[in-house]
Design a binder for this molecule. Structure first.
Ligand code: MN
Length: 285
């Protein structure tokens, strides 16, 4: 199933994407939670009801007429793994890491799949990072790698937008990774049952139609299962937490001179089977 959050000034609803149409789940059944995190937390109890609504689909809406938001409006945690593709680590001049390098993006950075992304007032060194995003489904602590994928609710596309001068100003990357609007993800969550192998997905980033990144998640140094296992040794992973799993080579920072993003640039992140983000850069209002 492909689950989306859509809506605008009068609140948001949840829907299931079927091709170019959407089944308006929470309008068809007002008893369903209208918040994705709540739906994920109660998924075991609700999934057959949702599947019935999709199968009978007595009313659908054209996707193109709807305003899709990030599928989880305000994730509890936005965890992100640095340098998780060897060729990307090398292009930044870094060693290929022998341990996982974690940082956070703040929940206020969350942004929609088609919304504008800010060029901040304080920097012009803005970069893109196409990433597979994992959505946690089942709460857990000390999760074994063999059990880790069982805690995944689904997957989507993400862009770990990065302000490079701010990222490198201090040993902690957090500030440069947490600017408002700099965590677009979506366009919807594809549930894990439709993604038989998260380590075999083609991933790409285009800027104004030019392919800048083209790789596969099979090139990750630390696969998704190892990421969940390590994170859960430190913290409880909860329904609706999201994990940015690292970016392949081809970022602006690795170019001479770097092709930083500028206002008006169109940035697309596409992952096979998961859809695509399509965000345009604008000056910070
Ligand atoms: Mn990243």
């Amino acid at each position: 199933m492909k689950l989306a959050t859509y809506g605008g000034a009068f609140g948001t609803d949840l829907g299931a994407v079927l091709g170019d149409r959407l089944v308006p789940l929470t309008r068809l059944d007002p008893a369903l939670p209208r918040d994705m995190t709540a739906l994920i937390a109660r998924w075991d109890a609700l999934k057959s009801r949702v599947a019935d609504l999709v199968a009978t689909a007595r009313e659908t809406l054209p996707l193109a007429a709807l305003s899709l938001r990030q599928p989880i409006l305000r994730p509890g945690k936005i965890l992100a793994l640095g340098k998780n593709y060897a060729a990307h680590a090398r292009e930044t001049g870094a060693e290929v890491p022998d341990r996982q390098i974690w940082f956070c993006k703040q929940p206020t950075a969350a942004n929609g799949p088609y919304d504008p992304v800010d060029i901040p007032r304080v920097s012009d060194q803005v970069d893109y990072e196409a990433e597979l995003v994992v959505v946690i489904g089942r709460r857990g602590r000390h999760i074994a790698p063999e059990a880790a994928l069982g805690h995944v609710f689904g997957y989507c596309c993400g862009n770990d937008v990065s302000v490079r001068d701010w990222q490198k100003m201090t040993p902690q990357w957090m500030l440069g990774k947490s600017f408002d609007t700099h965590a677009p993800f979506g366009p919807w969550i594809t549930t894990a049952d439709e993604v038989p192998d998260p380590q075999a997905l083609a991933i790409a980033c285009r800027v104004n139609g030019e392919t800048r990144q083209s790789s596969t998640t099979s090139n990750m140094i630390f696969p998704v299962a190892d990421q969940i296992a390590l994170l859960s040794q430190a913290m409880t992973l909860e329904p609706g937490d999201i994990v940015f799993t690292g970016t392949p080579e081809g970022v602006a920072m690795g170019m001479t001179p770097p092709k930083w993003l500028k206002a008006g640039d169109r940035v697309e992140v596409e992952i096979a089977g998961l859809g695509a983000l399509d965000n345009t850069m604008r000056p910070e209002p």
